[in-house]
Ligand binder design. Sequence first.
Ligand SMILES: *[C@@H]1O[C@H](CO)[C@@H](O)[C@H](O)[C@H]1NC(C)=O
Length: 329
Amino acid sequence: MKVLTLLSFWALTLMSAVLGAEVVARSTFAEVTSYGSNPTGTRMFLYVPQTLASNPAIVVGIHWCSGSASAYYQGTQWARYAETYGFIVIYPQTPYTSDNCWDVSSKMTLTHGGGGASNSIANMVEFIVDEYSADSSKVYVTGISSGAMMTNVMAATYPDVFAAGIVYAGVPAGCFMSADNIADFWNSTCSTGQSIWTQQQWANVVYEMYPGYTGARPKLQIYHGTDDQILNAQNYYETIKQWTGVLGYSTTAASTEVNVPRSPYTKYTFGDKLQTFLGSGITHSIDVFPEEDLKWFILRDTNGDKHNCRPNGHIGNGDSTPVGSMWWK
Ligand SMILES: *[C@@H]1O[C@H](CO)[C@@H](O)[C@H](O)[C@H]1NC(C)=O
């Protein structure tokens, strides 16, 4: 009897030690050095809140050029909201350290299972779904500038992984493609708004990234400024062509709402899965709207009083005071 009690106590202790061994400490921004196949050496940082929801959602937040996982962590609200809503945040970091931009140009990154940076990010998600029993139907991706380009690439190459995305000042998936298959190539034809294709052509670019895929596509929100001096606003219209093509919507918006989320932005709804926001006079230093992001990702109650959803200012702060001349590309 005594031996049995001891044994079962020992078994319980062992079990909890095994179960309790988490990848990183709670409420800590930390690197995960091993998460599966990663030929490009893309780094993974993680934030797991103290109180984790059961079968938590996952948000992947992708940094801008010359940025880093740490800069994105510090400059956004995701970790703070993770503590409130119990989801996990993955912060990938580009291995291309000459400019810290993302590879949105090579064949390997623009292909499902191609072994590029997009593949590494998808592997991070798979790893976290396994480790934390996360809800694979609640995986979301967002990013700013180069991270926004990568968000479109993730939505195009891994539609089976992501349920929704939010793009802050990016370009269509494939717009930065390199004819010479160079990874991390700055495509100035695209950045200056000279890659102008038809809806069908842009949709085909997406289809070619994951040939034969017929499943669901993520829903997307696209933000852009009319006066973007780094990624010309033509890219906003080209992105609309791309996703309306893939989702089967008209390129003419079904509805238009001015001053949403706030002035000087206008919201355009093309269908259930595509909303876009054009900021009049806004440059590449675009505003982000964390509370709106939460709603789009269904991480919080969407029936909340609109007055509580104060629009936040520029990235890097938790209130409506802009941080000023923060540039990213
Ligand atoms: C730049 O991207 C466009 C597509 O947007 C592509 O047609 C072109 O070949 C790319 N330029 C170079 C130099 O690779």
